[in-house]
Design a protein around this ligand. Sequence first.
Ligand SMILES: [Zn+2]
Length: 217
Amino acid sequence: MMLKIVIMGPAGSGKGTMSDLIADNYPVKHISTGNMFREEIRNNTELGQKANSYITQGKLVPDDVTVAMVKNRLSQEDCKDGYLLDGFPRSLVQAEAIKDLGINVVINLKIDENLLVDRIVYRRMCEDCKAIYNIKLNPLKDEEHCEVCGGKLYQRSDDTYEKLMVRLESYTEETQPVVDYYRKRGVVYDVDAGQSIEDVYKQIDQILTKIMEEKSI
Ligand SMILES: [Zn+2]
């Protein structure tokens, strides 16, 4: 059966890593809407121009433009065996608009808020070699300097507690209705994203293997 997956999870839940692992092991093309926008704009397509006109004005790209872009992308050759949508649908309107696609798996990455705070607020990056550290989860002898190259460590301006809370709140507000919508349709699979990368992927792998087995009989 053809897997049509939506992956959902807040920043810091490991969504990008899991998407890559799924795409490496299952016949699905990973479609990140953020990358898709950049690609359409770079290629200067009609939809890309339309989207760009909103972005340059600092406005949100309207649902109909985003939906058209996603549908157009999914109709391409590399998506014919299956796909995984990342960053879409973000609203009930968008979910309704792609009803005809028949999304059959929604991976819902759930993570405890305190753990998310630990993962993000204590993250530090090296100015020079871009190495990433976490001074709480993997304490350093010297919290100011990179263990690899000695460069200065800094905190990204988005990684503060206050900004994380704002992001989390808007994520929940935005996506909860989408999760509820798909849950009613019986396609949501909750995954505990608070574990190691291996263990989170193991859960996803079991879910997808089971679905493939059941549906192919
Ligand atoms: Zn460094």
